[in-house]
Write a new protein. Sequence first.
Length: 367
Amino acid sequence: MINITLKKIFIFLSIFPLWIYAQDQPFFVSPEGQTIVSADLHIHTTFSDGSVWPNIRVSEALREGLDLISITDHLEYQPHHKDLPNPDRNRSYDIAKGSAKKSKLTVIKGAEITRSMPPGHINAVFIEDANKLLFPDDPTAGIKEANRQKGFVFWNHPNWEAQRKDGIARLDNMHIDLIERKLLHGIEVVNFTTYSEEAIEIALENDLTIVGTSDVHGLTSWDFDIPEGGHRPMTFILCKNNSIGEVKKALFEGKTMVWFKELMIGKEENLLKIIKSNLSASPPTYKDDELIAKVILKNYSANILHLKYTGPFTFHQDGTIFKIEPYGEKSIDIKTLENKPSLELPFELLNGITGRKKYLNFKIKTR
């Protein structure tokens, strides 16, 4: 009897984390006619220098509500090889793919080409065979092979202190050559707990896709305080639909936004679409003969919105800088001087980054 009870408790504790942290609302509402796919394109397992088996990566992603992940174990760096020989660099993908088979999670094949600077560490995803990317003596041969496999290739942690002592992302001649030859398609502006304004600048100046990843080696719950309401860095991909082909196509076209802590980072046109589909303003209402309009702003996203009103009117009860909590709303009283049936309100999204020291400016109509 005791053994049966303990068994039941063990089963309960095993499945408990899977539903207690489950994401039951979309992170961000998709713009009309598009689908937003949440992705983490840089994660590790015991098949390189990670601490967990590939099926745990699948369980974490499902628990946290992600749509797509790529297992990107190091090709060259194999610190566990004495205990876990790894002759097939596709093996971690195969295990994760099998674990996710009956779920909504998509697992795509990837690998991390691990070199000194330059070019540094390079991720290749949507590849066919990771084994063919392994060239110990040639720093760019794996990148070329990934392109032959029609993979999406991006530069990992260009601001990593181990390879950039000052933490500043900058291009070397090798990177410039790779970009000019269309062999490098994206760059991480966020990696693990770091964020690089210089990487955003590199992305915008060279038409590279903006990427943000967890680069998780341990447990996401520990690294990103998920039980306390945190989240891993993610890349949100704006696609026509969630098919593999459309996701890949959107990545190559640079249709992404990165969510890092409270920051939303991306090209202006992408952030604008997402904020327009995740923030609404109610029609203005007036009390009796007063000329103070009450407008309710609603946030449909999982991210807090830090807003600054930049228009000509003044507010009656608040300053013009305020926040709207995730899935929350904020009532604002605006002194409009006359009764207006509708308003167009200009804002700056103070946690919406569109460039180095640049923040998203937009207008929203009451409706």
